[in-house]
Each structure stands twice: as structure tokens, then as C-alpha cells.
Design a protein around this ligand. Structure first.
Ligand SMILES: NC(=O)c1ccc[n+]([C@@H]2O[C@H](COP(=O)([O-])OP(=O)(O)OC[C@H]3O[C@@H](n4cnc5c(N)ncnc54)[C@H](O)[C@@H]3O)[C@@H](O)[C@H]2O)c1
Length: 417
């Protein structure tokens, strides 16, 4: 008989996980609170960049079904929670979705089920938030009646090389039995599953990974500013340093950080350290300050470039290329392109944008539509600012057709950040 898994939250993380499990022979329920999404998935429509409609149709043939009914938890051997963990209005962790989903999972939990939390969060969430809710809702005892583990999600949307199968998966259970139970589940479709000693270690490993990236991006962003002032090409500096085969990893400057992870997750840790221990996590605060300064820096450099052409930002036709937070996907979450655009508009620019993945773009007080005729838009712009270097862009040709190209990604021969 097929074993059954319920994946709670069918977004960027939950849907690819559901695909991997159903492909490996599991009966999979995709549990989500968004009824329209559940309906779309059951009719074979994907909303995630990494999966096509045909992929979802195949999943359905293999035994996948999306649902809003948490009663499926009672039929499940494994339940994996992949719900969003955004920041609250005050900048702290917002665990509303984790609490809500734990409550509905707990209400239907049966003995012997393995419950795994994947949402990125501060160390202690599995033991201090998830388990008490599951126990009070079910009347069962964690570690005795059911297993619990934390396994951080490492999905990298749009990555053509690393997916669910070949990205090693960390697992930290509340007991050896829980760890082994979760390792057993993932081993069905992940090449390498790595146990760590407990949930807190697994929770914090994810935050170390993201903070490492945040801090190193901030380091090159800060260096790029003074390299420019010193007349040094930061891209050549990075290319040179990258030839060292040990002890160096290349990060590149850009217009700021975006996405669901880098601008958000390190704050979970910083907030928790401050709350629990009363002192700041200074690297995160500094990285945040520097990375958040980049949109303004891009605007400042754009103004300087226009000045060289004897123009001001006010009244200039500025075309922005690429508004997503990473290349080759449609995900706009926390994209720094919004901060750049709003600052340019505030200074009176006549702004337009092009992005092959984003047909309409919502800013604070208006919605823009992507230019459809890129050739004409390039020819008409006083300044073209490349914010995201999608592979679809032929940058040599774009540069040749632009009055001036300001390339914030260092991918062309134009004026670079
Ligand atoms: N997207 C990424 O690249 C990425 C990478 C690593 C880790 N993560 C982490 O994974 C977690 C999920 O992120 P995501 O990008 O998949 O989010 P998402 O917004 O794409 O999807 C989350 C889904 O959960 C559903 N949901 C919300 N509350 C729910 C509830 N109470 N019960 C059931 N479903 C509920 C939403 O309707 C949505 O469909 C977050 O903690 C995130 O930080 C994301």
C-alpha cells in the first residue's frame, strides 16, 4: 500500500516537495488555505516558476491531490509544514501561518505520524511553538506518540542545477527515532540526507546559510561604492580574487537584496538574539543597513550618469530592465527594483520598464505595464538601467541600442555599478 504524505503550504517550497514525493511513489495531499490555488492545482495549473502545468498534470496522475481540508492529516504517515514566515509590521518574526497550520494539523493528528517543519524560522520554534500546539490540539505526546523534526528548506527557485533531489537535506529530530523517521521520508527522493543533533541546530544552520550570504553581499556592495570612488573596477577585483582556489567565494554587488530569504531570515535570528539574550547580532544589522542603501546608490549613480549627458533625472526617460529579485524567474518578492523605481519617480523621471517575466508591475501609487516594443523603448530612453540580467537579454545588443546603459549586475561592457 502507498504511504501518504500531506504537504502543508503549496508555494515555492511545498509544491516542488510534493512533486518529488509523489514521483517517489507517495500518495500526496497538498494542503493549503487558499481555495483558488487548490482549485487551480487540481485542474493542472502551476503557479510556481519551477513547475509547468504539465508537471502538475503528471503529479495528479501519480496520486497528488490539492485540498483545503485538513482532515487528510488523519490519513497521513508524514506531514510536512512549508508555510510562509514573513516579518511582522514591527520587523520581528510573524509565525501566524506556522501557528495556524500547526493548529489544523494537531486537530487531526493520529499516533505514529511524523511531523516535519520546513519553514525558515528562529531556533526553538519547533520545540517551543510547534510541539505545544500539536500536543494541545491532539492530546498526544511528542516523542512518545508521534515524531517531530525540523528540516530547513534550501530550494533555489530558477536554479537549473540544484533541485530537491541533489541538494543535501538537513534533518534534526527531537529524538533519534524522530530524526531517523524524517531521514527515512526524505531518503526516498533526496540523494543525501544529513542528520544533525536536534531541531535547534537544523533551524540555526539555515539561518547561518542565509546570514552568510547577506553579509557577503553587503561586503561587496560596500566595496563597490568606494572602488568606484577610487577608480577601481570592482568586477575585475572580484574576477581576480575568484581565481584563488581556496578560502574565497565570489559574491557580486547589485541594486540591493530581494526574495523571501535574504532580506528576511537573518532578522529572525537577530530579533531572537536581542529578545532572548538582550544584545544585538551586529553583522546582520550592518549588512541590512548596507544592502538597504543600494537602491539609493543606484539612483545617485544614475543621476551622475545623466549629469554627464547634461541631463537631470527630472524629465529624463529612464527605462529599467528586469524587475524581479533574481534572474530568469517571475518572483518579485522584496525586489529592490521597487525601491529604485520609486526613488526615480520621486525625482521626476519618466519611468518605464521591461521584464519578460512581469507583465504588470505594482508600485506604491501606480501600476506600470511592461513595454512591449523593447527596440523602440531602448531607442527612446535617455538612460537604460539594467537591474536584473535575465538570460533572455542580449546585453551586447541592448548596449548598442541604448543612449547609455547603466549595468548594476556587471554583465555587460556598459557603465557598471
Ligand atoms: N521560496 C524560497 O525560495 C524559499 C527558500 C528556502 C526557504 N523558504 C521558506 O519556506 C517557507 C515557505 O515559503 P514559500 O516561498 O513556499 O511561500 P509561498 O508564499 O510561496 O507559499 C506558502 C503557501 O502556504 C499557504 N499557507 C499560508 N498559511 C497556511 C496555513 N495556515 N495552512 C496551509 N497553507 C497555508 C499559502 O496559501 C501559500 O500557498 C518560508 O518559511 C520560507 O522562508 C523559501
Amino acid at each position: 500500500m502507498k504511504r501518504t504524505a500531506t504537504i502543508v503550504g503549496q508555494g515555492y517550497v511545498g509544491l516542488p516537495l510534493a512533486q518529488a514525493a509523489v514521483e517517489a511513489g507517495w500518495q500526496v495531499y497538498g494542503l493549503d488555505v487558499t481555495a483558488s490555488l487548490v482549485e487551480a492545482l487540481n485542474s493542472g495549473t502551476s503557479h510556481v516558476d519551477d513547475l509547468s502545468d504539465a508537471d502538475v498534470a503528471t503529479m495528479i496522475e501519480q496520486g497528488y491531490r490539492a485540498t483545503t481540508d485538513a482532515a487528510v492529516v488523519a490519513e497521513s504517515d508524514v506531514v510536512v509544514i512549508c508555510v510562509p514566515t514573513p516579518l511582522s509590521d514591527s520587523g520581528g518574526p510573524d509565525l501566524k501561518a506556522v501557528r495556524q497550520s500547526s493548529t489544523s494539523v494537531g486537530a487531526h493528528l493520529k499516533p505514529s505520524t511524523v511531523v516535519i517543519l520546513e519553514s525558515t524560522t528562529y531556533p526553538g520554534t519547533t520545540e517551543d511553538v510547534l510541539i505545544p500546539i500539536l500536543e494541545s490540539q491532539s492530546g498526544l505526546t511528542a516523542g512518545q506518540d508521534f515524531d517531530v523534526a525540523f528540516s530547513p528548506e534550501r530550494i533555489n527557485p530558477g536554479d537549473p542545477v540544484y533541485g530537491v533531489k541533489n541538494t543535501p537535506k538537513l534533518v534534526g529530530g527531537i529524538s533519534d527515532h524522530s530524526t531517523q523517521a524524517a531521514v527515512g521520508f526524505y531518503s526516498d527522493f533526496v540523494d543525501e540526507v544529513v542528520p544533525v543533533s536536534g531541531p535547534k541546530e537544523a533551524e540555526m544552520a539555515k539561518l547561518l546559510e542565509n546570514t552568510f550570504r547577506h553579509v557577503n553581499i553587503a561586503l561587496v556592495n560596500e566595496m563597490s561604492k568606494f572602488a568606484h570612488d577610487m577608480g577601481i573596477d570592482i568586477w575585475e577585483v572580484i574576477r581576480g580574487a575568484s581565481t584563488k582556489p581556496f578560502g574565497f567565494m565570489a559574491f557580486t554587488p547589485g541594486p540591493g537584496v530581494g526574495g523571501h530569504c535574504i532580506p528576511i531570515d537573518p532578522n529572525y535570528l537577530a530579533h531572537h538574539v536581542q529578545k532572548e539574550l538582550g544584545y544585538p547580532f551586529r553583522f546582520v544589522e550592518l549588512a541590512q543597513e548596507i544592502n538597504n542603501s543600494m537602491p539609493e546608490y543606484v539612483v545617485h549613480r544614475s543621476a551622475d550618469i545623466l549629469n554627464e549627458q547634461e541631463r537631470s533625472v527630472k524629465g529624463s526617460r529612464i527605462l529599467v530592465l528586469g524587475v524581479t529579485y533574481k534572474p530568469d524567474i517571475a518572483d518579485q518578492r522584496e525586489s529592490p527594483a521597487v525601491a529604485v523605481a520609486e526613488r526615480l519617480l520621486a525625482r521626476g523621471a519618466q519611468l518605464s520598464y521591461h521584464d519578460p517575466y512581469v507583465k504588470s508591475w505594482h508600485l506604491a501609487d501606480r501600476t506600470l505595464r511592461s513595454v512591449t516594443d523593447l527596440d523602440t523603448a531602448l531607442a527612446e530612453a535617455d538612460l537604460v538601467v539594467l537591474l536584473q540580467a535575465h538570460r533572455a537579454y542580449d546585453l551586447a545588443s541592448i548596449e548598442a541600442r541604448s543612449a547609455v546603459l547603466f549595468d548594476t549586475r556587471g554583465k555587460s561592457e556598459g557603465i557598471r555599478l
